[in-house]
Design a protein. Structure first.
Lengths: 327, 327
């Protein structure tokens, strides 16, 4: 097991002095965010603390299995916290509406593995070599010697599995595997988790996938794949935002593709872009930062204002240049 | 690390006395078979042995990256072997045409993880609790203290990853994760391997997937999903049989679906059916046997003669009855 760094031990000291804690995460939470939030919440509760586990948005249907006790909740007003702990949230903005409800606090701790993290906490533990925030929460729980229950193991396994694309992203390290193995030993139900997460798509998502395959485009000699999801696509398929998770991987997986891009119409004139790179020298974190976003070298995103076709043209131009510079 | 069992140590003793060895595997080899064969071949060569690595069939395109030295070959006549080692082959029949070329041998060793293994070797090491044969070859190499080179690590990681569905099948154990982690530490290029194996679909396969999403049908209240692949689908998409691997999983993964069925036109009047069940009481092995085929409870197949629409009607009727009997 990797040793917890000094910052983690300092965080543990602060946690041990707290009695009312709020664990928060980023908007549109994914498996790593929800799993890390819930695991930390359950661990703190086991130590007798009063813990709220808040997120602006609910868990996507396929990730609800983790929350057996209904702990994952929208924020509510009138609370004072000794400690607010943000996990997996790269910036304070990413907490969304939750931010307004956690003002009355002693300290804010920021635990995250995104290299673009803005260090917005009073104490910041940013481990960009970690493949998931789940691995950091695991390190914290191990260092504290808090009990690693089956339920916590399920949450952390889900966090790690989803944020590594089922142990396929290059960020997956030896420590990732050793941690996952230990979680399985502690009772994480790998078969159940993988069925829930990877083998269960709603009919609306299947209709959306049909649109993906019918509508995606290839350019730059098939090295760039891109896809638009408009509000009308949701209306016509009955799909929700939750159904879009992992959609981009379908165009990323096309053999000659080096960069995949998903354009999502958030509202007229506002587009969210998601980027995936398969080329080690095409760094989509840097590219997303040019548009006010960020993420990792191989996976990033941004929100861009402007006419859809202008956004598309600007981004494709930058991607094309990045690819041509490297090949 | 799991200790190598006594049989493995006995096998090591025999290997150490051999100088000309042939490593064989099963027909239509998959990632576990090819990875295990190549890893063992390279390890034995590092010990100064003369080694042939034979398989009746070539490696599928997406698995060729493992064979950097062109060691994986069809069999040839005129060889005498001190030792033939079969890996990942559940029965002697599964060696296919290779069997005729390995008659002149002192001993046959059988290393496999399939519970159905027929124990056809002079010495048999059958570890049905192992998620892959790759894990067994890893144990052997570790017990022998042979060097675990980067190339061997790549082969073994691919073997383990593919035979666990990327660490998703319930057979995946703590030992599987610990082994995978050690292979990554020894230089297995996880990013490259997963890109080759999981993230690299030919354009022809993508065109075939588009047809899957446009053409699949749901019936029996969305509990049965089925799909036809006609010869014309291959012609129109440029896809080959190799491109159909895993296609059925796309319709199996639809949430309300209990049984998925793929109908493939082999020639006019001859259809291959593939069945997948997600319901523990709907046993598609039994169903396939009614049509002269078989397999496992959750995955089976058969070849059926007759007009396509007749075949479809007969099968769907049986599936419908099986589902209604259980719910």
């Amino acid at each position: 097991m990797k040793e917890a760094p000094k910052t983690a031990l300092k965080i543990l000291e602060i946690i041990k002095g707290a009695s009312k804690v709020c664990v928060v995460g980023h908007i549109r939470p994914d498996g790593d965010c929800i799993g890390s939030q819930l695991a930390l919440t359950l661990a703190l509760e086991s130590q007798g603390m009063e813990v709220m586990c808040w997120n602006q948005d609910p868990a996507p249907a396929k990730l609800k299995f983790m929350d057996t006790k209904g702990r994952f909740q929208p924020p509510s007003s009138g609370h004072q916290f000794d400690l607010v702990i943000a996990v997996d949230a790269a910036s304070y903005d990413r907490l969304g509406e939750v931010a307004a409800f956690i003002q009355d606090r002693q300290k804010l701790i920021n635990i995250d593995h995104h290299p673009s993290n803005t260090r917005y906490g009073d104490i910041n533990w940013i481990a960009s070599a970690s493949a998931s925030s789940g691995e950091m929460v695991y390190q914290l729980i191990q260092a504290a010697k808090w009990p690693l229950t089956k339920e916590i193991a399920n949450c952390l396994f889900t966090a790690i599995s989803t944020d590594t694309g089922s142990f396929q992203y290059p960020s997956t390290s030896q420590a990732t595997f050793v941690t996952a193995g230990h979680l399985v030993e502690k009772g994480a139900n790998l078969g159940m988790i993988c069925d829930e997460v990877y083998q269960s798509y709603s009919l609306s998502r299947v209709r959306l996938l049909k649109r993906v395959y019918n509508q995606f485009k290839l350019t730059e000699n098939n090295q760039i794949a891109y896809l638009w999801l408009k509000k009308s696509d949701y209306a016509k398929t009955g799909a929700t935002r939750a159904d879009t998770e992992g959609l981009i991987d379908h165009i990323r997986a096309i053999e000659p593709v080096l960069v995949a891009c998903l354009f999502e119409e958030l509202e007229p004139g506002v587009t969210r872009i998601s980027l995936r790179s398969k080329h080690p020298q095409v760094d989509v974190d840097t590219i997303a930062r040019q548009f006010g976003g960020g993420g990792h070298k191989a996976a990033s995103g941004a929100r861009i204002e402007g006419k859809p076709m202008t956004v598309q043209r600007r981004l494709i131009t930058v991607l094309r240049k990045a690819i041509r510079n490297q090949l």
